[in-house]
Design a protein around this ligand. Sequence first.
Ligand SMILES: NC(=O)c1ccc[n+]([C@@H]2O[C@H](COP(=O)([O-])OP(=O)(O)OC[C@H]3O[C@@H](n4cnc5c(N)ncnc54)[C@H](O)[C@@H]3O)[C@@H](O)[C@H]2O)c1
Ligand SMILES: [Zn+2]
Length: 365
Amino acid sequence: MKRAKVSLGKKRSYNIAIGHKITSSAKDLIRGLRLGKDAVIITNPAILSLHKNAVMRGLRRASLDISTIKIPDSEKSKSNRQVIKIIDSIVKMDKGRGIFIIALGGGVVGDVAGFAASIYKRGIPYIQIPTTVLAQVDSAIGGKVAIDLRSAKNLVGAFYQPRLVLSDTSFLRSLPMRQIRSGLGEIIKYGVIKDRRLFKFLEENIKNILKLDKASLEYIIYRSSRIKAAIVEKDEYDKKGIRAQLNFGHTIGHALEASCGYSKLYSHGEAVGIGMVCASEIAVKMGLLNAGSAKRIIELIKKAGLPTKISRKIKIEKIMKAQSYDKKIIHGVNRFVLPVKIGKVKVFEDIPKKLIYETIRKRYA
Ligand SMILES: NC(=O)c1ccc[n+]([C@@H]2O[C@H](COP(=O)([O-])OP(=O)(O)OC[C@H]3O[C@@H](n4cnc5c(N)ncnc54)[C@H](O)[C@@H]3O)[C@@H](O)[C@H]2O)c1
Ligand SMILES: [Zn+2]
């Protein structure tokens, strides 16, 4: 088991435990939190049927009295209706001794369960047990919890840190390969923004990683978690421009997702992959990054099995328009996180529209 920590002072710091089958030996970590005996797992039926035994075995060792709330397996679960339903159920289970939440699942479960934890009785503790690569390296860490409104994703939310993150890499074995590759997109992102060594490890071990080799998975999830933790420590509330570095590849990535209506055409990680390719090419054209480094980034994205080309089904005008609605645009000025070398990015403003347009245009299949 590897451990990382999010240090946010005495009361709000928490551990991130990472490793194969760690849920079964997590009892000391859980007991150490002194959250009481009453826990409610929030998850979806698919995840529960796949991993119920392993999770229950581990949690019962921590002598917990466990209830379960199942929510539908869909982004639609990140809704105000679902949050109220969750809270109504918790009210019936809460014996007044102080119940806490265990979010077992991907980013959808983590976001909605964390949000419910943040508002029920003005905040009760919660633990994240992320079960997708994306959730283990990104959404479960850092306390951003939210639901969607019809007008935009993640519009209603809070900063509300979990008390523990248990990233059991054995749960990733049941994930569809497309999900694994998608999560790898975020891990490549961490390599480019902060960690040359992680990037090199990915280049050299991508085949083993795609075979879900235990030690490699543990290592890359550990390194990524550490980077996310360090960034959150420095800029918990996303106010200092440090957390913004995590948006590398996300400006064009989000525009791509939005312009295909969040359909199955591109998953988040796939869209971010293309976004990273475009951002790297923009950086080269602006003289910020050498062409060799951009080539390495693009090659690694390809080797991870992520697309680097844009489907002709999406019109370039739609992508440009979606981008102009991006929340990273402030007073009409766009903001891009661009690599200056592998392991370092900077935030740039007001990138010429023509340069963005031409870069995207050349990415069409
Ligand atoms: N809070 C944050 O900081 C943050 C950061 C990034 C993304 N997000 C949010 O995360 C969400 C996306 O998360 P995601 O990519 O994990 O998607 P997801 O939660 O929808 O999970 C993807 C699919 O995988 C299934 N699944 C989960 N674990 C599995 C397992 N171990 N085996 C088999 N199937 C499994 C789920 O049931 C689902 O069908 C979005 O709502 C996004 O807004 C939040
Ligand atoms: Zn992302």
